[in-house]
Design a protein around this ligand. Structure first.
Ligand code: 3SL
Length: 287
């Protein structure tokens, strides 16, 4: 639809209903937001950046980060390198920090916890900084940390991410899936599709008005196919099978839930994410 046509559609809609300021803004800006999905950090352009870049690692890093912040962690600080994490966190008082280390799905020896969101109870993390290094998720966050706005998304906090994008309307948004050691991860791309689908539904615009690359269309199609069956998808996905072999079925069950946390991990300084929302009672969510 050309912009003249769009404008007359807007005027005719607006004349029949009472609009909130956000609805007016959405309509009058003619959906300038463009979404791009990248399946791995390696496929993400290094030389340019987006207005808003979102890292996704449903299994399990970004699910763990959102859960820790929902449980009242002071911040989450991410590292791709374990030694650097140990060095930087050493300057924090032990009762003010918790060190999470994961490689290949298992907890790294000497760390307080691995990468299970279910370990992030208020008793364990409230008031503390979570220093975390994981195989892929923390690398994805490092890859996008130069963007003016950096978020961490998972299925569990999808709606909080969508709401933020609706409120702030960045022009160019990248959704960067963590993948597994450089290759595609089904559950991350489905989450990217869930974000794009949520945005499109709220804006009420055709998907093609938001699409920046073909990957967005693929991600939305995958989400539409699996949205009623996200746990089954985890069991098909190669990383889900890896976690199942490690008997981490409860983690998979938890991470497969959609929109259960109103938590928005947002980068405050390079590598440090805080909650853009108030901590909430999460006992019910993680039980
Ligand atoms: O790859 C990662 O960053 C981790 O989330 C993988 S795992 O779920 O902890 O195995």
């Amino acid at each position: 639809m050309d912009s003249g046509c769009r404008l007359s559609r807007i005027i005719s809609i607006a004349s029949t209903i009472v609009l909130t300021p956000i609805e007016w803004l959405t309509l009058t800006r003619l959906y300038p937001m463009k979404l791009f999905v990248f399946h791995t950090p390696e496929l993400t352009p290094a030389e340019v950046t987006a207005d808003c870049a979102i890292a996704v690692d449903v299994l399990r890093a970004t699910s763990t980060m959102a859960t820790a912040l929902a449980a009242g962690a002071e911040a989450v600080q991410v590292f791709s390198d374990l030694d650097k994490l140990l060095h930087i966190s050493a300057s924090w008082e032990p009762h003010k920090r918790i060190r999470a280390g994961e490689r290949g799905g298992s907890k790294v020896e000497g760390f307080d916890v691995g990468n299970s969101p279910l370990d992030c109870t208020p008793q364990q993390v409230a008031g503390k900084r979570l220093f975390i290094s994981t195989t892929n998720g923390t690398r994805a966050l490092e890859a996008i940390q130069a963007a003016p706005t950096v978020l961490a998304a998972a299925l569990i906090n999808r709606q909080a991410v969508v709401d933020y994008l609706l409120q702030t309307q960045p022009d160019v948004v990248w959704i960067v899936a963590s993948g597994w050691e450089g290759s595609f991860s089904l559950e991350d791309t489905v989450c990217a599709g869930a974000i794009a689908h949520g945005l499109q539904t709220s804006l009420g615009c055709p998907l093609e008005e938001l699409v920046g690359n073909d990957e967005v269309l693929g991600a939305v199609a995958l989400f539409q196919q699996w949205q009623q069956n996200l746990l089954a998808l985890m069991h098909y996905a190669s990383h889900g099978q890896r976690l199942a072999r490690l008997h981490l079925l409860e983690d998979m069950k938890y991470c497969a839930q959609l929109d259960i946390l109103d938590t928005l991990p947002i980068q405050q300084e390079p590598g440090v994410l805080v909650n853009n929302r108030q901590p909430v009672a999460i006992a019910a969510a993680i039980s």
